[in-house]
Ligand binder design. Sequence first.
Ligand code: PMP
Length: 371
Amino acid sequence: MSAIPVSASSLASALMRKEVLDLHAYHVPDSRGLIKLDAMENPYALPLPLRKEIATIVGNAAINRYPDPNPAALKEEICNTLGLPPDMEVLLGNGSDELIQLLALAMNKPGAAMMSLEPSFVMYRMIANYTGMRYVGVPLKINSGADDFSLDMTETLKAIKREQPSLVFLAYPNNPTGNLYPSLDVKRIIEAAPGLVVVDEAYYAFASDSFIPHLASYPNLLVMRTFSKLGMAGLRLGFLAGNKAWLGQLEKLRLPYNVGVLTQLVAGKLLAHHGVLLQQAEQIKMDRARLYQQLGEISAVQVYPSEANFLLFRVSDANEVFGGLRQRGVLIKNLNGGHPMLKNCLRVTVGTRAENDTFIAALRETIIQSA
Ligand code: PMP
């Protein structure tokens, strides 16, 4: 290096890839002291006896050792608990975000495209951008009233034909819109796609349908799930389910110890008590219906149907409503500015009854004040 002093920032800009320099990091706001309804977390703690069992397991964990690089028992527990068809396997990720990245790395041949629908989970586009993969976003329908954010099959099939994507992500239900596309349309997309289609079922616990039973019917289908929304966001565990012809290749890209000792142990325990988490999910689904109705009763709000653990709604000034809620101690997600179709949209995660009531009261106050 020359003797002329250079700043770290000029060095970083000169040496790093443009795709990285152009990136805006995924923003996680400070939620201290606020009712946290911004990140699709399960609001419920585990029952005390289960927490005590977990404390013992964690206390006895061999954290001086690397984790099991291939936790066969945990994988089997996942396959059994979630009823995976025989012959299908799972690949574990440090959250499903990591699996999206792994898929992009694996499929990114020169010129290859990743396709998704817009608006959807922002990490698809972001990961395509920083892995240098061509990204194609097909807009969902807008300005069609109750049909807003539904699939535009004509445009989607046209885009598949034109772009020949090697990787398609379909969030089922979609984030941030919450809707579940008709399964027949998803099947038509899988059949039309020349490449791999990943049905991302992050919100499976709150939805009325799944593509897991169809895994054996389509050689180009994988289903991705996460345990984050079910009550294990802090553990970071997601998985891809499908044929081992795909998973065996992807396995080579997985970093050897991507799922830590504590995650393996605690997730194993929680899967043995899957019923507790599903019960919490049932409660969340009931409260989603109540919250949907309450939001629908506020005339200045347009709320969209959801099969996930959150609701998308539109107001006349999302920035003002977001600020007003924050001032009143409630943090939700402001989607305004994130995508043109999400102008003045906000997304609220279904919390406990009490949290939802506080949110609704704060929303009413904010709207009355700004009228
Ligand atoms: N897919 C979708 C559709 C999501 O909304 C999210 C989280 N917001 C993820 C994947 C990633 O989840 P995680 O990394 O926590 O497993």
